[in-house]
Design a protein around this ligand. Structure first.
Ligand SMILES: *[C@@H]1O[C@H](CO)[C@@H](O)[C@H](O)[C@H]1NC(C)=O
Ligand SMILES: *[C@@H]1O[C@H](CO)[C@@H](O)[C@H](O)[C@H]1NC(C)=O
Length: 728
């Protein structure tokens, strides 16, 4: 190599170094200390909101993100949904509602940051807590503990997501919007329960995450022993008393619950806007520098994505943006006004810790001052009953009960958390398409036969057989009754007892439905007991067990079993009680209509449908109809109040499970914003369906000829179904 060449190489190298330096200076940096995050050298009080991309449609994302921006958010927070992205090992899906990169880039385009909670355990009332079902069947696996097969799988997925973000240049360190990530999720309580193996796992998870070198901080929520440099954070209704485990970590509220989720059979929860604002202000005045609303937009558990324990299809959460993406007023506006005032106070907030003085028995002032003269004050009244007059800087201030006034210049009150100036929403659900021309197709309850392929002399665990490809598993067996059985003469029929681990059990004898039992919110287990009209000769017993989603929470929820686990007993025979548990059982996963894809446009014509509606109130019935899309852009929903339980599809897209027949148990009463909130406090819909309306995304409709398919498990009256327009 000649001298000249070396010189030119040096020159190239020199230019490269220079340009990379220049590039570095436009790249972002995110760091933190005990006061706040520091983004590109600027200290920030960050307001964030959770919007989960698969709980809405890509067509809704720009509008939701823009409303989040207009509502004063700085950050969008989302989980990453492993079971949506890797439905079978190594087969990835980043399309449609799972187009994570598109979602993040839309946030970036709107000028928002992103907090990416990779997990990959996410809880979230999402099926199996976000884990793919195949993970349960990896040999030797134990979830969320110091278990090699689990750690290998987890590292694989987390690495996959981090690499994807890096190659799209989405971390702030690369000029992208992601300013922080999360590993694991609310693991502290589990670690506490399982001990040393849990501790080792936490340490491993932290090191693994940090080793991925994203260039932005990692957090762990509800994890007191989060290893450095990972920040431990707080989730709850209030977090003012939380302290991170090191003085050099910022105080973060990663989940401020704006309401609560709905369960089929449970009431709908509301959390007053005044109390949410109070919780935010109380957190900020006590050194808090990051608040995330969980949820800001809750959205919908489409298809079969809702978790077990009867999680409803609606994940509205009483969030500031409702399930349909409309502002939930006055919550949306009241929090937007709060964010404006926090922005005004930000220069003072980030420059100091507060000086706290007492203004009375239950009243305080928190004053923040910067060296350059900025000043902000929070005047608080913690008394839930009475308003008080306090004196601050020689001025009198009225503080309503349970409220905080914010003075962004220490002189003028710009906001009080209990004084709402936004108007309440006036939600209307107006029918736009009614009287669908329904056709019906009735499923026969299957019975055991000689040609059955799934057969065993025992009862199988349900998920092992279905691999969650359907909610439904049939357990079928025969009972031979000799002609000398006493009950044939006495008419005192034998009693069948079936124990199921949940969630719903339908019993059919000789093709006739003899009863349905379903679990309650505290206990999914069910037992069917009923006398059954058996006849001499062979009797066909078919048990339809329904798993309404997989669990999303609890130590070792991979060990959770469901299905008819037994015993199955028949009593009142000449021999006394006969145990059917260990006799020959045949199995069928799901329904014929499911295997024929009756829910899709192409599959829906593969059976003969009845045009007349003889099939009202008939269990195990498919209904279909076509309709034209209503004009305009207002969100749409199906009013299912006349139906029982089942699933809905439009043009093959899963609207979700419907279960309006499960009405809300609980006590609904008054709702005062003042005083410590719990989800028991402001309940609504008692005695009514827990969920009556089911969101139909506009983008799933074509102008004409849309196919709606309903599978009804219990029996309902489809003539009562209507398509409604939602306005506020
Ligand atoms: C805020 O943080 C500082 C520094 O850690 C601490 O001294 C002070 O007590 C905290 N103030 C409040 C109100 O939490
Ligand atoms: C799981 O199902 C298979 C058949 O698909 C069966 O051989 C096995 O015994 C089942 N295991 C359990 C625990 O039910």
């Amino acid at each position: 190599m000649g001298i000249k060449k070396i010189r030119s190489h040096f020159l190239v190298l020199f230019v490269l170094v220079l340009s990379s330096l220049a590039f570095c200076s436009v790249r972002g940096s995110v760091s933190y200390d005990g006061r706040s995050f520091i983004i590109n050298g600027k200290r920030r009080i960050l307001i964030s909101g959770s919007i989960h991309y698969p709980r809405s449609t890509p067509q809704m994302w720009p509008g939701l993100i823009q409303k989040a921006k207009d509502g004063g958010l700085d950050v969008i927070q989302t989980y990453v949904f492993w079971n949506g992205h890797e439905p079978s090992p190594g087969k990835y899906n980043f399309e449609g509602r799972y187009d994570l990169v598109k979602f993040i880039k839309l946030a970036q385009k709107a000028g928002l940051y992103v907090h990416l909670r990779i997990g990959p355990y996410i809880c979230g009332e999402w099926n199996f807590g976000g884990f793919p079902i195949w993970l349960k069947y990896v040999p030797g696996i134990e979830f969320r503990t110091n278990n090699q097969p689990f750690k290998v799988a987890m590292q694989g997925f987390v690495g996959k997501i981090v690499n994807m973000m890096k190659s799209e240049k989405l971390f702030e360190s690369q000029g992208g919007p992601i300013i922080m990530s999360q590993i694991e999720n609310e693991y502290g309580p589990v670690e506490w329960e399982i001990g040393a193996q849990g501790k080792a796992y936490t340490k491993w998870a932290g090191q693994m995450a940090v080793g991925l070198k994203t260039g932005v901080p990692w957090i762990m929520c509800k994890q007191e022993d989060a290893p450095d440099p990972i920040i431990d954070t707080c989730n709850g209704y209030y977090c003012e008393n939380f302290h991170p485990n090191k003085p050099y970590k910022p105080k973060m509220f990663t989940e401020l619950w704006t309401g609560w989720y709905t369960q089929f059979g449970g009431p709908v929860h509301r959390r007053p806007a005044e109390d949410i604002a109070f919780s935010v202000a109380r957190f900020i005045q006590n050194n808090g520098s990051f608040v995330n609303y969980y949820m800001y937009h809750g959205g919908t558990n489409f298809g079969r994505t809702a978790a077990a324990l009867f999680i409803a299809t609606s994940y509205d959460y009483d969030a500031p943006l409702d399930e349909y993406g409309l502002p939930n007023e006055p919550k949306y506006g009241h929090l937007r006004d709060l964010h404006k005032v926090i922005k005004l106070a930000e220069p003072a907030l980030v420059s100091s810790y507060p000086a706290v003085t007492s203004l009375g028995n239950n009243q305080e002032a928190h004053v923040f001052r910067s060296k350059s003269g900025a000043c902000a004050a929070f005047l608080s009244n913690y008394n839930p009953q009475s308003s008080v007059k306090v004196t601050f800087w020689n001025k009198q201030h009225d503080l309503p009960p349970w409220s905080i006034s914010i003075l962004p210049d220490c002189k003028t009150v710009a906001y009080n958390t209990a004084k709402v100036s936004s108007q309440s929403s006036r939600i209307k659900m107006t029918p736009v398409v009614g009287g669908f021309s329904w056709q019906s197709y009735i499923e026969e309850s299957p019975t055991s036969g000689d040609g059955d392929t799934l057969v065993a002399n025992r009862l199988w665990e349900q998920i092992n057989v279905t691999r969650d490809s359907s909610d439904y598993l049939w357990y079928m067996t025969d009972v031979n009754i000799a002609s000398n059985e006493g009950f044939l003469k006495s008419g005192k029929y034998p009693v069948l007892t079936v124990m199921s681990a949940g969630h719903v059990l339908h019993v059919f004898v000789n093709g006739q439905s003899t009863g349905t039992v379903y679990g309650g919110l505290d206990n999914p287990k069910v037992t069917y007991t009923g006398s059954v009209k058996l006849r001499a000769g062979t009797n066909k017993i078919s048990l339809l067990n329904v798993a309404v989603g997989l669990p999303n929470v609890g130590p070792h929820f991979e060990r959770w079993n469901t299905g008819v686990l037994g015993p199955v007993l028949l009593s009142g025979l000449n021999e006394g009680t006969k145990d059917l548990t260990k006799q020959r059982w045949s199995y069928q996963v799901g329904f014929k209509g499911e295997s024929l894809s009756l829910n899709t446009i192409s599959g829906s014509s593969s059976v003969e449908w009845e045009a007349s509606l003889s099939a009202k109130k008939q269990p195990l019935t498919w209904y279909k109809a076509t309709f034209n899309a209503p004009k305009g852009n207002d969100p749409l929903a199906l009013d299912m109040s006349s139906m029982g339980k089942g699933q809905i599809w439009i043009n093959g897209e899963g609207i979700g499970r419907h279960w309006p027949a499960y009405t809300a148990h609980g006590s609904c009463g008054g709702c005062s914003y003042a005083g410590t909130y719990s989800e028991k406090k402001c309940q609504t819909s008692c005695g009514q369906p827990s969920q009556r309306w089911y969101h139909v995304p506009r983008s799933w409709l074509r102008p004409t000829g849309n196919l709606v398919v309903v599978f009804e498990e219990w029996g309902g009256d489809p003539t009562g179904i209507s398509l409604v327009r939602r306005t506020n």
